[in-house]
Each structure stands twice: as structure tokens, then as C-alpha cells.
Design a protein around this ligand. Sequence first.
Ligand code: GLA
Length: 385
Amino acid sequence: MNGAATAAGAFARRFGSAPEGVWAAPGRVNVIGEHTDYNGGHVLPIALPRTTRAAVGRRDDGRLVLRSLQHPGADADVALPDLRPGTPPGWAGYVAGVVHQVAGSVPGGLSILVDGDVPEGAGLSSSAALACAVALAVRDLLHLDLAPGDLVDVARRAENDFVGAPTGILDQSASLLCVEGHALLLDTRDRSSEQVPFDLTAAGLALLVLDTGTTHDHAASGYGDRRRECEEAAARLGVGLLREVPDVAALDVLADGSAEGDRLHRRARHVLTEEDRVHRVVSVLRSGADPRSIGPLLTEGHASLREDFAVSVPLLDACVEAAVAAGAHGARMVGGGFGGSAIALVDAGAVDAVTAAVADRFAREGAAAPRVLSAVPSAGARRLA
Ligand code: GLA
């Protein structure tokens, strides 16, 4: 059974009638451009083949009733006027955070059944996939006048304001705007975007996602700390966003000999060098040169996230190191950091060798082998049925 039929069937069993539609939105990996989105810089994500599906129907009792096949014991059933941050809690908050924003346009209430295969807690944006699937569903079903960029904001506000996760717009933009066979070059400052051809298969390449299976307790607080450090660095440099700093030399004034100054200098240096790496990767992809040559830029990005931005963890470093030693053209951690996944760019014929080498290294580190997915650049959010 396909994803739409599974979600529609489960909806019918739970709610007693067929849904009015099924919508899907993918998870993402970012090829390059990490921690640039809240600094006004560029990002270059692709959508994953894995999606979250939302089967949706209207109801007439003024309630929002939610079920997730991934969270079977955690249904939610809330009167629309009672929606507020924290109510309902957990996974349902991402859905409620979207519905809350359009509650005035919801005639009687909504039944929503969620199913999906984006791994949770792996840094692959399962939460944005959920919010984006629901945002697209309510837009279509309620005939709301919302452009794709507006939906990005609806999904982001659900995470930021309702759930309380202070994300930028990378994840939601990737989930809503990516197209198959392309990476999305997004300028997070003016929101302009461009689809950059990224056909890995034709080049005999695979982009592996290696999920380390670790998420550190301080992931959320660490992310907030980095945002504040970037804001502080920008304030000391007299710019609104670090993106506006002309070059790395202009950061020298931050390094005033204090530990704090040195820290801010390194954080800002990551943002500026990462912004430069985005443009270098894009010029390789646009030039028609062998995409293998983006590999060293990915590995350089990892070193910068580890040394300057300090968001990596030993298992992610081991993963990158083992993948590159086994022949990957490049590898880096992806997402917010403090755990989650790494990507590795490998020849199609070397997938097994790289996977085995990483598993072997993890065993030596006392960790279970990472879950491996292949990141084929896939379609963004869409209506399935
Ligand atoms: C998380 C956030 C994104 C982005 C990345 C880092 O995934 O949700 O907005 O900041 O971290 O690039």
C-alpha cells in the first residue's frame, strides 16, 4: 500500500469516514550552509524521499482531534478555543501550532491522522515535515490565500511560538520549496531562492545520511546559546546580521584578548566561512564540473562546525573521520548539532565499504552502527490524494 492509502485507511478506521485529502511533506538534509539561516546567510538543502503524511477531514463540533501512527498512545482532542502553547503537548503541538494560526478560518473543527517515515530525533527535520504537511493541508482544504513563502512562516511560527523551538527557516523552506533532482539555494535574508541541479545518480554518486542515534540533552539550549552568541557578535560589529560583515578580517575587532571575545570571534568566523562555502559549492554544481569536488568543502564545513562553532560531538567527528578515511569525497555533520546525523558524499560503488568502515569505527567507540539512509534529492511538500 502506498503512503496516501495507508494514511487514508487509518483515518477511516479512526474517524469512521474517508479523509478529504492526504498531504505529504519531506524531511531534509542541508548540503552546506549550517547555522547561517538565522544570520541572514544562504543555505543549500535537499528534500529527502522520506515524508510525513497528514490525512485531514473537517468536523462540526469545534474540536481538533489528532492521531499519529508513530505515537499511538498520544492522541489529542482539544476544543479550538483551548489551543495554546503547551496544549496539546508533544508531537501534537506542531500540528496544533499550525491550526492555531488559522483557527478563525476553520469552520467546525478538524480531524487529522499523521503517518510518516522521517526518523525523529535524527536532525532530519521530522518536526518541520509535520508542520509543513499540515500547513499545506489547511491551506488547500480551507482555501486560504497563502503563498509557499507564507506557509514557511506558518510552519516556522508553529515551531517557534507554539512549541517553543527557536529554529530559523531552513527546515521549513526545504520541506516546502525543494524540487526533485535539485538543491534549494535560499537567501534567508531576502527570501529569494533558486533550484540548483544536483543529480547525484547521474554522476555515479550517493549522498549517505548516517544517523548516529545520539541526541544530547543540551541540544535545544546549545542551539539557543549559539543564536545569542551570533546576535552579540553582530551587535559588537555594528551590523544587524552577521551576513552583513564584509569579510573575515573585519571580525578581528571581536578578538579583544578576552575568552568571550575569542568565542564570539570563532562563532562569527564559522558563519562567514560557511557562507563562502555555500557559494563555492554552488559554483561547482552550476559549472557542470565533477560534483565530487564539493567533497572537501563539506569536510571543511565540518571542521568549522567542530572547532569554531562547537556544535559537534565526538561520535559525529568519528563518523566523518571514518567515512573520509574509507574513501568518501567529503563528510560533515548536518542540522543543529549536539548529536543527530552526518552526511557523506561517496561513489555509488563505495557505499558498502564506507558504511562498513563507519560501523566498525562506531563499534570501537562502543556505539551501535548508525542507521543509513540514501539522500536522493526529492520533491517538496505536495497533495497526494
Ligand atoms: C536546525 C534549525 C535550522 C538551522 C539548523 C542549523 O535544524 O531548525 O533553522 O538553524 O539547525 O543550520
